[in-house]
Design a protein around this ligand. Sequence first.
Ligand code: ADP
Ligand code: MG
Length: 286
Amino acid sequence: SIPLGYFGGLGAASKNGILFKGASYLDEMTKVNTVVMDKTGTVTKGVFKIKEIKAIGWKEPEFMKYLMAMEEQSTHPIAKAIMDYKADGEDFQASEVSEVAGKGLKGTVNGKTVLVGNKPLMISNNIEVPSETDNIVESIVMVSIEGKFAGYVIIADELKDDAHEAINQIRESGISKIIMLSGDKDSITQQVAKEMGVDWAKGGLLPEDKLKEVEKLMSENDGRVAFIGDGINDAPVLAVSDVGIAMGGLGSDVAIETADVIIQTDQPSKIAKAIKIGRSTRRIVY
Ligand code: ADP
Ligand code: MG
């Protein structure tokens, strides 16, 4: 194909919904030999649906009102699924809601301390988690109210339509290593990784764990690692990776601000496209 100049390269990218924040990243993109990807919102739709609700010691609608008061203040894809629930009567209001990175939310509802998130969040707050939750493979949102486990909601996500195509095309473009890192449960991460055919995957990672994994890969691969993610939890990795790629549509603002390249269409198959455009672009030497 005809080599494109930098402007041509940036233009071709933009026509494909890929925004390079500088021409230098077109070059960086051609050097990449390892692609590391986040799971939720990156290769999965991040559109969760409620599959089951289990309130423990609370009536379901009241339990859900505690949970919804918290999720109302979150932008996480999980929050949207929870907010689909219809409860009669007046909603509860949460205050002092803060995000616990990679784990969930902490806040106050009706004067009670409420935690919403995964098992590590419960464990780190000394909340006893019933063993029945161990056998659940799907994502679980656990809730504690005033220091006591109050129930859980099972939610399911699905792969994006172009998830398989994305992996195939990245491989065809000659990338030797494709890795998945997720903050979600390891069992789900491994299931998705297997279905996608990535080389290896790790789940249950906190943002700092993701960072450590990527830094290790960068030192092993001599600065040729691209990371693609969408969430607040991905921002530190997007900042340090050789090429940070963010999902621009559903992605969080920090991810978009920190990344070097933005995929405006949220399609992971655009990763391979970005590599191809980088390759057909030639530096103009004066
Ligand atoms: P990923 O790396 O898969 O995108 P995140 O780091 O965004 O995952 O989230 C890690 C985990 O923290 C989620 O899988 C979920 O269990 C929990 N979590 C985060 N935010 C929320 C929230 N608003 N409500 C419930 N759980 C949450
Ligand atoms: Mg994500």
